[in-house]
Write a protein that binds this ligand. Sequence first.
Ligand SMILES: CC(C)(COP(=O)(O)OP(=O)(O)OC[C@H]1O[C@@H](n2cnc3c(N)ncnc32)[C@H](O)[C@@H]1OP(=O)(O)O)[C@@H](O)C(=O)NCCC(=O)NCCS
Length: 153
Amino acid sequence: MLPESRPMSYSRGEITTFVMPHMQNVLGDLFGGTLMSLVDQAAAVAAIRHAGGPAVTASIDRVDFRERIPVGSLVSCLATVDFVGNSSMDITVEVYADTVSTGERRHTHTAHVVFVAIDEAGKPKRVPRLVAETPEERARFEQAREHREQARR
Ligand SMILES: CC(C)(COP(=O)(O)OP(=O)(O)OC[C@H]1O[C@@H](n2cnc3c(N)ncnc32)[C@H](O)[C@@H]1OP(=O)(O)O)[C@@H](O)C(=O)NCCC(=O)NCCS
């Protein structure tokens, strides 16, 4: 049985992987399509945790590729559910690249993804309410709410 609500911290998702040669583009950096796949996977972890079951990608918002991530880096995608509707979940994915030899960490990308929870028939299914517990979480919740309102205008 699904709970009425879940705290934001419950569903945090993280994927970390080493950027291997087969993941590179012709310049020797992480291929953009592979990065998108990692972003989608991290968002799926957060969505499925919050929904307590299957969820599908409904949309991926703008992704700015601010910095290149060279082969040999560690890349981490951190996903949080920041807002929910009835069946939809607004998820922010922050991407970080670590240079292993120096320990330097760079924040390279931010993506906004919407997942929708589905039932056995593939139809949208209600998700638990989202509870923001800390000031930082409440700020993220407000920001996501405004982002959603703007997207609907
Ligand atoms: C996403 C999907 C389940 C929505 O089903 P639907 O019957 O069209 O849904 P509805 O119009 O009733 O909307 C249901 C919810 O989805 C949201 N939604 C639908 N399309 C959306 C989109 N493109 N972007 C963001 N949210 C979307 C609605 O806002 C609504 O949210 P709410 O329940 O919180 O109010 C359906 O379109 C689907 O299965 N798409 C394919 C998903 C897929 O293959 N993803 C890639 C592989 S995981």
